[in-house]
Design a protein. Structure first.
Length: 404
């Protein structure tokens, strides 16, 4: 922060949450759900495999279900690779997926030995087949924009079909419904209802998390905006007052301090992203110190280059502090080198000033000691590589990813 005070007090920041529209929250949830649709096919393949192992199938039925399970695994592979499944691809494909759930009990009843369908009290055969799709069905914010009441009606209809269809099939096949049949259908219904409402709860959690994250970002944004607005207003009034008093030589230092505040806030925003454009950040810092040094040279790759946030934040903080140290200790020249070698980022800053002892990093009162501690927390290190006679040459290296 600069030494100025806000002309009209501290910036006022709304304490309540900022609004996130329902559509925005659903869009975030939709993206999360799309990446999980592959799981539904894997779970269905497991349910089919369990039926192959435990149910009394006709020989042709066993072959059919084996091929059917393999098809589900292929679909899971496709959905995982594309990061989307039937719901994210579009309504026709989602309808096909849910339609197969409805058709499968009819097919299975024909593949089983006569009289076997629904005869086991624990559960109707392959009762776990609809479970994962029902979770995603409840989780995914699909269809009917502006007419969400239609979604509720369709969900009730879908659940009614999944729950009551086995009971109707048993009656058509056997001509009657016995107590074991009722138990099997009831347990299957309970299992799938729990799956559906689990999806509903997951959706609520994701939307609540999206809103909370948005609120946090929004409050931080408003705070930054009010802070910078207040700094600029105070600096402008101070400059006008100094000009009226004829103290023109004091205006430039104040404006320089404001510029540093803006730059500091810019740096914090720049390194808060999940992926930090570190090459842009390094170039920005080099340009900042150019007016204060006789010569600044750099050897960094061309174009954009992003690194994960923890490493990016440390690299940006390190180059800022090292270049500021060059200026503060009377250095006139600085050279910056940045490379990424086998997922390890290497930053070297050298100058031809008074130099620094390699032992300085052991002094807990120094910034270099603090930076070295942060680097070691990420699996890297910071080293002073030259002595007093040759100026300072400091190297930071930090892994970009955790070892597997």
């Amino acid at each position: 922060m600069s030494s100025y005070t806000f002309a009209e007090g501290q910036p006022s920041v709304p304490v309540g949450p900022l609004p996130l529209s329902r559509d925005s929250a659903e869009e975030i949830t939709r993206g999360l759900a799309a990446k999980s649709e592959w799981y539904g096919f894997v779970a269905q393949a497991v349910a089919i495999t369990a039926s192959i192992i435990s149910d009394k199938l006709q020989p042709s039925g066993r072959i059919f279900l084996t091929v059917f399970a393999l098809c589900h695994l292929l679909l899971a592979y496709w959905a995982k690779k594309k990061q989307r499944g039937p719901f994210a691809t579009g309504p026709p494909w989602a309808a096909v997926w849910m339609g197969v759930i409805v058709l499968m009990p009819i097919v299975l009843a024909r593949l089983l030995v006569p009289g076997e369908y629904g005869a086991s009290p624990p559960c109707v055969q392959m009762c776990g087949y609809p479970t994962a799709p029902l979770i995603l069905f409840a989780f995914f914010p699909w269809g009917f924009p502006g007419k969400r009441w239609k979604r509720t009606h369709f969900e009730i209809l879908m659940l009614a079909i999944v729950i009551l269809e086995p009971l109707g099939l048993i009656y058509l096949i056997n001509g009657s419904i016995q107590r074991p049949n009722l138990l099997a259908v009831a347990l299957a219904a309970l299992w799938n209802l729990l799956a559906f409402f689990a999806g509903k709860e997951l959706r609520k959690l994701c939307e609540a998390a999206a809103r909370a994250q948005f609120d946090g970002i929004g409050v931080a944004y408003v705070w930054k905006k009010e802070l910078l607005h207040g700094e600029l207003k105070a600096a402008g009034r101070a400059a006008i007052d100094l000009a009226r008093q004829g103290r023109f030589d004091e205006i430039e230092p104040r404006l320089v301090e404001v510029a540093k505040t803006f730059s500091r806030e810019h740096d914090q925003i720049e390194t808060a992203m999940e992926e930090v454009n570190i090459l842009k950040a390094i170039r920005h810092r080099v340009r900042e110190v150019e007016p204060s040094l006789h010569e600044v040279t750099s050897d960094i790759p061309e174009g954009p280059g992003t690194v994960p946030q923890p490493a990016g934040k440390l690299i940006a903080e390190t180059i800022t502090d090292l270049l500021n140290n060059v200026i503060e200790h009377g250095g006139k020249r600085a050279h910056v080198v940045f490379r990424v070698d086998q997922d390890v980022a290497i930053l070297v800053v050298s100058d031809h000033g008074k130099g620094v002892s390699p032992k300085v990093v052991q002094n807990e009162a120094t910034k270099l000691h603090e930076l070295r501690g942060k680097a070691r927390e990420l699996g890297g290190d910071l080293e002073v590589m030259t002595d007093y006679k040759e100026g300072a040459r400091i190297r930071l290296y930090v892994p970009l990813y955790e070892p597997r």
